[in-house]
Ligand binder design. Structure first.
Ligand SMILES: [Zn+2]
Length: 336
């Protein structure tokens, strides 16, 4: 039999859906700062999965993913509970910036939080204690930093068995395996017994429909893996590469200031020696061509074409032969 989902101040019975505005802080005027939360408690027993977005306030794609799952999907045969947090970082969301406006704190370095510390850690503590720690699993949606864009990929600690199972179930082509920095939601949640994966997709300040749809398929696949829906099956993405170790990925950086023309989109396969982008001066009299140092996948690329020396241009990851053959094979099949 299914159990009620309880948090400090409320309880949601099996078969119920609750839209809650949960107070996590106060403004200068003493008004509540409230985080929207939708709790969908299925009639049937199963795991509790949280879906969260906008821990960085300008990263919007995940918001639409979480809202669609919460409010557009049919939950009549849900086994377990969904805890949907479309906007974690409300002050940054209102300001449409990445960090909390006060002191520029990163909410995603403030978990699991502390009720007696900074405002960021107090906000983090209320979210974590009530809506993260009680869950069995979690997906935290992010996008690239402003000015850059990412292909859809998962970031997960693949050394951690339960996290690896979740990341594989999400069924993205690319998984970057790291534990994640201290204070990130995924690392602290996993340490507290809630296996969590970060999903990166696209760029800040946008709703990018094809990426949102791809991620929604990943959520369905996760729900299938853990028996949360009877009708779905776990997806196989066609090919998968797990990147770990610093030798397999690199940020190509600009050595000259200038204006950048990218020659490939995010998610493209580039061959060793291929021109990735060209940096030119204002007169177009001088140009620097950036070549791929090895054959690999462009996981992240520049969107804003202006660079200083040292600025990142793109994130290139190396692929093994099996993966390369799978990708090239699919390309040929697409063309046929
Ligand atoms: Zn982010």
């Amino acid at each position: 039999m299914s159990e009620p989902f309880t948090y400090d101040g409320g309880s949601v019975a099996p078969g119920e859906i609750a839209n809650v505005r949960y107070t996590v802080s106060e403004t200068y005027l003493g008004d509540p700062v409230r985080v929207p939360v939708t709790i969908v408690n299925g009639e049937q027993d199963g795991p509790t999965l949280f879906l969260s977005a906008a821990a960085h306030g300008d990263e919007l794609n995940g918001i639409e993913i979480v809202r669609e799952v919460a409010h557009e999907w049919d939950h009549s045969d849900l086994h377990g509970t969904l805890v949907c947090l479309p906007v974690l970082n409300v002050p940054a969301f209102i300001a449409q910036q990445r960090y909390l406006p006060i002191y520029d704190r990163d909410l995603n370095r403030s978990f699991p939080g502390d009720d007696a510390s900074t405002s960021a850690k107090r906000i983090a503590a209320r979210i974590f204690r009530n809506f993260i720690e009680p869950c069995d699993l979690g997906l935290d949606f992010h996008t690239s930093t402003r000015g850059r864009t990412n292909m859809l990929h998962a970031r997960a600690d693949m050394e951690h068995g339960a996290v690896a199972r979740l990341a594989n179930a999400f069924a993205s082509n690319v998984i970057i395996s790291t534990q994640g920095p201290e204070g990130t939601l995924r690392r602290e949640a996993a340490d507290a017994g809630t296996p969590t994966v970060t999903v990166e997709l696209g760029e800040a300040h946008r709703f990018q429909r094809p990426l949102i749809d791809e991620a929604l398929e990943g959520v369905l696949s996760v729900m299938a893996e853990y028996g949360m829906r009877d009708t779905e099956t776990v997806k196989w993405p066609g090919w998968r590469t797990v990147i770990d170790g610093s030798d397999e990925k690199t940020w190509l950086r600009a050595d000259a200031g200038g204006l950048v023309e990218m020659h490939h989109d995010r998610g493209s396969l580039v061959e060793e020696g291929d021109r990735v982008c060209t940096i030119t001066n204002p007169f177009k009299t001088d140009s620097t061509v950036i070549q791929a140092p090895f054959t690999g996948l462009l996981v992240g690329v520049l969107e804003n074409p202006l660079v200083y020396p040292g600025n990142p241009l793109c994130h290139l990851v190396k692929l093994d032969e099996v993966t390369l053959r799978a990708i090239r094979g699919r390309k040929l099949a697409d063309r046929a």
